[in-house]
Design a protein around this ligand. Structure first.
Ligand SMILES: Cc1cc2nc3c(=O)[nH]c(=O)nc-3n(C[C@H](O)[C@H](O)[C@H](O)COP(=O)(O)OP(=O)(O)OC[C@H]3O[C@@H](n4cnc5c(N)ncnc54)[C@H](O)[C@@H]3O)c2cc1C
Length: 411
């Protein structure tokens, strides 16, 4: 470690590895410092071990998915787009496939294919990875940076901070980079959980753990006002609710709850049927088999796990003969199917969030180079930047695009 590196990258996640590949491509002496004894721990568990590596959506849709600050990404996506990510892996014998929702995965269905490809490329380009190097302090003296883990020191002309966010700390992302950014004069937007499961304390609801619902509409209200809704797939857990549409809306729920507001969830189990059509359907079911018990009628409308819950909410005996259900009872059933409502008691901790909302303020980063506008020679890439996207390969794409550009620019 006696040499002076042109570029030192802190963190060997997807952003750091891509930064290493693109900076070395330009012929520099580059190293990556990683606190773990292996690279890409979070990448390995991403996409349930399959790594949703990017999306096939067009660049404008990607930018839009990141919300009002998404435009920040035009500068990097125009230099390394999702098509470039696809080409990068496919040209290195890691074919990708597209799945529902424009999500791109390796054909192998194994995130290790993605990690091995990145590591192979780094090795080919002689980028040194120093494992078990947990950076504690970075200082700038004249034109050099001194990076220390308490025992060893690495000196570099430029640094790229790719330490990730603060979620799933067991993967190494413990938010250390925020401290380094602050030491270089940056404002760090408070990290809070995004894409995080929600907590529901109702004991009865917890009996639905494991139930997955498809094609439902989830609406959140606070003080009677709707603040977000989404159509799609969700699931019940032992602690509350999760799944794609829940994760997508979770940041807004978090902000409402921390603002002191009470949040109510409402699930429309039959969003494609209005109440009149739904009533006609129920009546048709009853006419077809009038002797059917109420619980069997419910089986024609609901997944098995929800039947007992529907009986509990509608307070109708499960053996009640369907043909003798009166108008009020049918209305009560329709009300449950269209307005399955419960309180949200909290969100799980940032440790269980898929991504972190917050981090280095984008106003202080040059969007075309990823260089700090405050301290020249410092670059940022990946989740450490305050810009989080929804599920669907967007966050990995952001890590690759910003990592690629930071590496190229630092060279
Ligand atoms: C369960 C889960 C599933 C996910 N699935 C997907 C998915 O399928 N698709 C998708 O797009 N996104 C997914 N994400 C999000 C995505 O994985 C992250 O956004 C992405 O990994 C961020 O990349 P990064 O390189 O910025 O940071 P990270 O991947 O967090 O890597 C940061 C690296 O820096 C190292 N580091 C930290 N501090 C120090 C230090 N002081 N010294 C040295 N090294 C340090 C860490 O050990 C780590 O290796 C998922 C996240 C989780 C938690």
């Amino acid at each position: 470690m006696n040499e002076i590196f042109d570029v030192a990258i802190v963190g060997a996640g997807p952003a750091g590895m891509m930064a290493g590949i693109s900076s070395k491509t330009s012929g520099n002496c580059v190293c990556i410092l990683e606190k773990n004894d292996q690279a890409g721990k979070k990448l390995l568990i991403s996409g349930k071990g399959r790594c949703n590596v990017t999306t096939s959506k067009d660049i404008h849709e990607i930018v839009t998915a990141f919300g009002e600050n998404g435009k920040f990404l035009y500068g990097t996506l125009s230099q390394f787009s999702n098509q470039d990510v696809i080409n990068f892996f496919e040209s290195r014998e890691v074919p990708l496939k597209e799945e529902r929702g424009d999500r791109m995965f390796p054909v192998s269905d194994k995130s290790i294919s993605i990690l091995n490809c990145l590591l192979f490329e780094l090795k080919k380009k002689n980028v040194n990875i120093f494992y078990n190097f947990s950076v504690k302090k970075i200082t700038k003296n004249n034109s050099h940076f001194k990076i220390s883990d308490g025992e060893n020191i690495v000196i570099a002309k430029k640094i790229i901070i790719t330490t990730g966010g603060k979620s799933y700390p067991e993967t190494g992302s413990t938010g250390d980079g925020y401290r380094f950014a602050e030491s270089f004069g940056h404002n760090v937007v408070r990290p809070v959980p995004a894409l995080v499961p929600l907590i529901v304390h109702s004991g009865k609801l917890n009996s639905l753990a494991g139930l997955s619902l498809k094609n439902v509409e989830l609406t959140f209200t606070s003080n009677g006002e709707v603040f977000s809704h989404e159509f799609g797939e969700m699931l019940f857990t032992h602690k509350g609710i999760s799944g794609p549409i829940v994760l997508k809306l979770s940041k807004k729920v978090y902000l409402e709850l921390t603002g002191g507001n009470k949040v109510t969830a409402k699930i429309d189990l039959k969003p494609k049927l209005d109440e009149t059509t739904l009533r006609q359907r129920i009546i048709r079911e009853i006419q077809t088999a009038p002797k059917k018990e109420y619980q069997s009628l419910l089986a024609t409308l609901l997944p098995k796990l929800l039947i007992t819950y529907a009986i509990y909410v509608t307070k109708i005996d499960k053996h009640h003969q369907s043909s003798t259900l009166d108008k009020t009872q049918i209305t009560s059933l329709i009300n449950f199917l269209k307005n399955f409502t419960f309180e949200i008691d909290g969100v799980e901790s940032i440790d269980n969030a898929i991504v972190t909302h917050g981090g280095v303020d984008i106003k202080e980063i040059d969007r075309k180079t990823m260089e700090s506008k405050i301290t020249p020679g410092v670059y940022f890439a990946g989740e450490i930047i305050c810009l989080d996207g929804p599920t669907g390969g967007f966050n990995m794409q952001k890590a690759f695009s910003t990592g690629y550009v930071a590496g190229k620019s630092a060279s």
